[in-house]
Ligand binder design. Structure first.
Ligand code: ATP
Ligand code: MG
Length: 392
């Protein structure tokens, strides 16, 4: 039962604003005892009479001991200083004490976030825990339309293993991201909402940015408003990826068709670079340039996988000619099929809608052979970024 902490008669007022039954505590010490007795409780509403230093101490401690639990703070006066301190202590929302509706809405949002965080922790038997972080997989091609988004979303599906593993797909194509539309998600929350968290992103903050796709798969969607892409500093991307790596077994990053600072930040944090090409001369040339660039930046070759999309297109280039041209083995061949655009128009990745299709099989085989490893190798595959830019 949610805990409402308010010493005076105003407790009634607060209690009415929270949906369902609540338990009242007349001090933060009592609230802490109640929480201890109910390890599954995820919401504490603190009224305006609780002294601020105590509130901040309570929230900071709770953030560490029960990260999925949320604190909603009702205050008579709300100013920037109070908001900043509250944010730093991990309080989820600060609302005016006389606005019942706002308190109710804040409580619903906090409980929804807690539910998602707990679901995240509960569905993944290989969820990253102390000392074991998830792996970031960046899918890149320097030529537009190579199939990055198709591969990234389908890898998200395959890597989640039917919801057994926790996967996050990050749309880093900040200006023209189409992950949301590809899987028919409404981008209510996007990476732009991370801007106020810059410098202090934590798991609660990161979880609040995500959109659930299906069991085991969450997505961090790209901005929808023109101009928002430029507001995202590359450093924030690095910060978000570092936090997401701690929350998911796999973080699959879809990218734009250019070597932006954001892409390089993702590459730095990645345990796998999946480089795509199609069998046409400009795409192969761009792949060659990409590989040269990655070499120049001292990214290790061992984390690289070259994947050929539309590999059976009859355009005159054989796989051998391609391998010679890019001086790299092609580890997966994804055939061309009308079923791919059809799956996108239907909003269901082909590996989900038609797992037996040759395209799905090729992507699944690639994920199983090159990305999904046993626990022994899992720990070894930590990011090995560019020299001097190694991510935290
Ligand atoms: N194996 C395939 N067979 C047939 N069509 C494909 C295949 N892979 C991708 N496509 C189609 O090619 C188009 C481009 O794919 P996608 O959007 O995944 O590429 P992208 O690299 O993300 O493009 P952009 O650079 O614009 O972001 C889509 O219409 C998709 O349906
Ligand atoms: Mg794309």
């Amino acid at each position: 039962m949610p805990i409402v902490c308010e010493p005076r008669d105003r407790a009634e007022h607060l209690i009415r604003s929270v949906d369902g039954h609540v338990v009242a505590a007349d001090s933060l010490a009592v609230a802490a005892q109640l929480l201890e007795r109910d390890p599954r409780e995820t919401l504490v509403v603190i009224g305006p009479d609780a002294p601020m230093p105590e509130v901040l101490g309570f929230a900071s401690a709770l953030r560490v001991s029960r990260p999925a639990a949320g604190v909603v703070l009702a205050r008579d006066y709300v100013d920037v200083t109070l908001l900043t301190k509250a944010l730093q202590a991990g309080i989820r929302e600060v609302v005016p004490a006389d606005d019942l509706e706002a308190i109710g809405a804040a409580c619903r949002r906090s409980r929804d976030l807690s539910r998602r965080m707990l679901a995240a922790a509960g569905t993944d038997d290989r969820a990253p825990s102390a000392g074991r972080e998830g792996e970031i997989v960046t899918v890149f091609a320097a030529k537009g339309g190579s199939g990055k988004t198709t591969l990234a979303t389908n890898l998200g599906v395959v890597l989640s293993q039917g919801g057994r593993l926790r996967v996050c797909v990050v749309d880093l194509d900040l200006a023209f991201g189409d992950v949301a539309i590809t899987v028919q998600l409404d981008p209510v929350r996007t990476i732009v909402d991370a801007l106020p968290m810059a410098g202090h992103v934590d798991t609660t903050g990161a979880a609040s940015l995500l959109t659930r796709y299906r069991q085991g798969i969450e997505m961090l969607l790209a901005p929808v408003t023109p101009g928002d892409a430029e507001k995202i500093p590359p450093k924030l991307v690095g910060e978000l990826l570092a936090v997401l790596r701690g929350m998911f077994s796999y973080v699959v990053v879809d990218t734009p068709a250019q070597f932006s600072e954001h892409v390089l930040t993702a590459m730095d944090a990645s345990a796998h670079h999946v480089l795509l090409s199609t069998p046409d001369v400009p795409a192969v040339k761009n792949l060659r340039v990409t590989l040269d660039m990655l070499d120049m930046l001292s990214y290790p070759k061992e984390i690289r996988s070259v994947v050929l999309n539309r590999s059976d297109s009859k355009v005159g280039l054989t796989a051998e000619q391609l391998e010679r041209a890019v001086r790299s083995p092609i580890v997966a061949h994804v055939p061309s099929s009308r079923a791919v655009p059809i799956s996108i128009n239907q909003g269901t990745p082909i590996t989900l809608g038609n797992p037996g299709h040759p395209v799905s099989q090729a992507i699944t085989r690639f994920a199983e052979e090159y990305l999904l490893g046993g626990p022994a190798t899992h720990a070894d595959r930590q990011p090995r970024g560019r020299r001097g830019r190694r991510s935290a």
